[in-house]
Design a protein around this ligand. Sequence first.
Ligand SMILES: Cc1cc2nc3c(=O)[nH]c(=O)nc-3n(C[C@H](O)[C@H](O)[C@H](O)COP(=O)(O)OP(=O)(O)OC[C@H]3O[C@@H](n4cnc5c(N)ncnc54)[C@H](O)[C@@H]3O)c2cc1C
Length: 487
Amino acid sequence: MTAQRRQLQIAVIGAGMSGLCMAAKLQDAGIENYTVFEQADDVGGTWRDNTYPGLTCDVPSRYYTYSFRPNPEWSRLLSPGPEIQAYFRRVAEDLGIRPHIRFGTEVRAARFVDGRWFIDTGSGEEESFDVLITATGVLRLPRYPDIPGLETFAGPMFHSARWDHSVSLPDKRIGLIGTGSTGVQITAELGGKVRALKVFQRTAQWIFPTPNLRYSPLTRAALRRWPKLNEVGYRGWGFYIRQLLGRATVQPCWQRRLVQTACRWNLRLSVRDAELRRKLTPNYQAMCKRQVLAGHFYPAVQRPGVEVITDAIEAVEPRGVVTADGTLHELDVLVLATGFDARAYVRPMQIIGENGLTLEEAWADGPTAYRSVAVPGFPNLFMLMGPHSPIGNQSLITIAEDQADYAIWWINQIRDGRITAAAPTEAATKDYNEQMKAAMPQTIWVTGCSSWYIGRDGLPELFPWTPERHRELLRNPEPAHFDVRSA
Ligand SMILES: Cc1cc2nc3c(=O)[nH]c(=O)nc-3n(C[C@H](O)[C@H](O)[C@H](O)COP(=O)(O)OP(=O)(O)OC[C@H]3O[C@@H](n4cnc5c(N)ncnc54)[C@H](O)[C@@H]3O)c2cc1C
C-alpha cells in the first residue's frame, strides 16, 4: 500500500506554534515534501512578535507544550515569553523543520485551479501544491484604538505587540491603554518600577488567582530524569484546565461558580482600599471576557506611582491623555495594549477556491467553517485556528494538534489514492454552525459583556462545547459531510 502512495506536495502558511505543529505532524506521517511559508524572519509567531515586559503564558506551560515534544526545563508554572519562543525555536531546529521554512516570504494569494493550490508570493512565479494548510494565527494583527489626536502624542508610542525596547522606562511616566491579559501582565511587571504608571481602564477584569511558582532546579532535574513524571504533569494540568475553565465557560456548573467565587474573593482579599476595589470590580460575570489568570496584578496596582483611571479617554494630545473629566494626564510614553483584530484569520491574504469563489465572499456574513478547519468551495484547504476554534482559556497547542491530526487524516486519504480532493458540503457546514448557535446560550460569553469574542452577528466566535468534544469531533472525520472527488 505504502509503495503506491502518491507523493504529495503540501504548503503550510505560517511558522508559528500551529505551523510548526503541522510540519511536525507531516514529518511524523512520513511526508517530507512540504514547504512552510513565513513572512517574518523567525519562527514563533505570537512569541516572536510579543516581547513586552511581563509576558508569560497564561495556561500552565507544562501543558502549553507539544504532546510530542515535552519540556522538563520550564522555569515557572507560567513561563516567560522568551522561554516559550526559545522552545519553539528548539522544536523547529531539533525536528529538522527549519530547512522547510521559507522565511521572509509572505503569501499574498492562494488560488485553487484544476485540483491544485497555486501560491502567489509576489515573486512573479507561482508554485503549486496538492494541499494547502493555513496556520496564520488569530491574535496577530495589532488593533489600534480610534482615539482623536492619538497620532499627535509627542513621546514614544507603541502597541504591546511591537514593543520599542530602545525606550528606557524606569524614569518615565507611562500611560497604558487596555486592561486585557496583556495590560494586566504589563501592569504587574512595571507597577512600582517606573516613575509613574497610569492605567487607563475602560473595563475592569476579573482575575483568577494564579501565583506564578518557580520550578526548582531539583524539580527540573527530576522531570528530566523521569519523563513519566513530566507526562503526569502535562496530563494533570491538562485535566485541570479542561475541567475548570473548559467546562465553566460552556455550561452552568459548579466549576463556573467556583471560578466566579475565587475571582470575587481574590479581589476582596487582595485590594483593601474600598475606592480602588470599586474601580477594579467588573460589572459582568467572570469568564464572560477572556478570563485573566494572574498572581501579581493586584499587588502591583497598589504600588506607589500606579494609578487606575476609569474616566473615559476623550483625546490624546502631544503632552498626554485627556479624560472625560477634562484632566490632562501628562505622559512620556504611551503603550497601546489594545489587542488584535481577532476576526482577520488568514487575511489580508486572498484565498480563491473553486469557480473563483473568494474567502471574502464565502465569509460575507462572517467567518464560518466546518469544525473550524474546512470551508465549502475550498477543496484540500485546512485551517488551523480557523473560525470557532476553542481559543478561550485553553492551551492552543492541544487545539492545533487536534486540527493538524484532522488534516493529516484527509491528506492520507489523498495519499492513498482513495480521493483526489475533498471539501465540506454547504449543508454539513450550515448544520454544524446551527448546532453551535443553538449551544451558545449556555455559554458564559453571552451573559452581557463586550469582548473580542463577539462576532458581527452578536454571537461569540468560539467553540461552545467542551475541549473533549472538540477532540472527539476532530478524531472522527465524517466523510459523508464532504464532497469528495476521486480520479
Ligand atoms: C500576548 C499573547 C499571549 C498569549 N498567551 C497564550 C497562552 O498563554 N496560552 C495559549 O494557549 N495561547 C496564548 N496566546 C495565543 C497564541 O496566539 C497561540 O497560543 C499561538 O501562539 C498561536 O500560534 P499560531 O501559529 O496559530 O499563530 P501565530 O503565532 O500568530 O503565527 C502565525 C504565523 O503566520 C505568519 N503568517 C501570517 N500570515 C502569513 C502570510 N500570508 N504569509 C506568510 N506568513 C504568514 C505570521 O508571521 C506568524 O509567524 C497568546 C497570544 C498573545 C497575543
